[in-house]
Design a protein around this ligand. Structure first.
Ligand code: PGA
Length: 219
């Protein structure tokens, strides 16, 4: 099984999502040996849950580091689970950069996800793999999926060469154990195949936004 995880970030409104979904339903694409996972903005999770004739899985782009309780504005893992969310992206570099998330925030999010039976997809960059893993309780490391997301490759059109990604995968495996390995950073229809060959999947930002781009990638 290979994972194609679409991260829509803070893009799209309800109408655009309807159009995207109907383009996919009208296409030849049928989800067979791919696990297609969509991470929409929070307000649209239930819309995607209800309109899921394509049998894709849902991911959250983030999750509260806290359990349910008085944490204004937080969306907790149990609530996500209620909406059939199976995966949560944690520690994306944009969360670190714009929302000042720390390694311990990420570690707490991993714990909350696993308590609620949500699969955490932990984003790492080469330089902080070790410190990040050190913040996560050791017994939980091998339950993570790990997405290698080099900063220079995100949204730049400059995907990192496969050979380099392979080396970082080795490092991730040394630190996390035998986890599912995902690559993210300028994935597109032209380059996706080689990354699926060396790992378990890809995290796709820009090329998941237009239905035509995403369909080309799936095909
Ligand atoms: P990109 O984004 O595909 O636009 O490079 C990837 C990501 O941020 O996960």
């Amino acid at each position: 099984m290979k994972y194609i995880i679409a991260n829509w970030k803070s893009h799209k409104d309800a109408q655009e999502i309807q159009e995207w979904l109907s383009d996919l339903s009208n296409s030849e694409f049928r989800n067979s040996n791919l696990e297609v996972v969509i991470a929409p903005p929070f307000p649209y999770l239930s819309m995607l849950q209800l309109a899921n004739s394509l049998n894709f899985k849902l991911a959250a782009q983030d999750v509260s580091p806290f359990p349910p309780g008085s944490y204004t504005g937080a969306v907790n893992a149990e609530q996500l689970s209620d909406l059939s969310v199976r995966y949560a992206i944690v520690g994306h570099s944009e969360r670190r950069r714009y929302f000042h998330e720390s390694h311990s925030d990420v570690a707490n999010k991993v714990e909350r996800c696993l308590e609620a039976s949500i699969q955490p997809i932990v984003c790492v960059d080469d330089e902080y793999i070790t410190v990040q893993a050190a913040a996560i309780p050791e017994k939980l490391l091998s339950s993570c999926m790990v997405a290698y997301e080099p900063l220079s490759a995100i949204g730049s059109g400059q995907n990192e060469p496969v050979e380099q990604v392979k080396q970082v995968y080795e490092k991730i495996t040394q630190v996390f154990g035998q986890v599912k390995l995902i690559y993210g950073g300028s994935i597109a229809a032209e380059n996706v195949k080689s990354y699926l060959e060396i790992g378990d999947g890809v995290l796709v930002g820009t090329a998941s936004l237009k239905s035509s781009d995403f369909l080309a990638l799936l095909q």
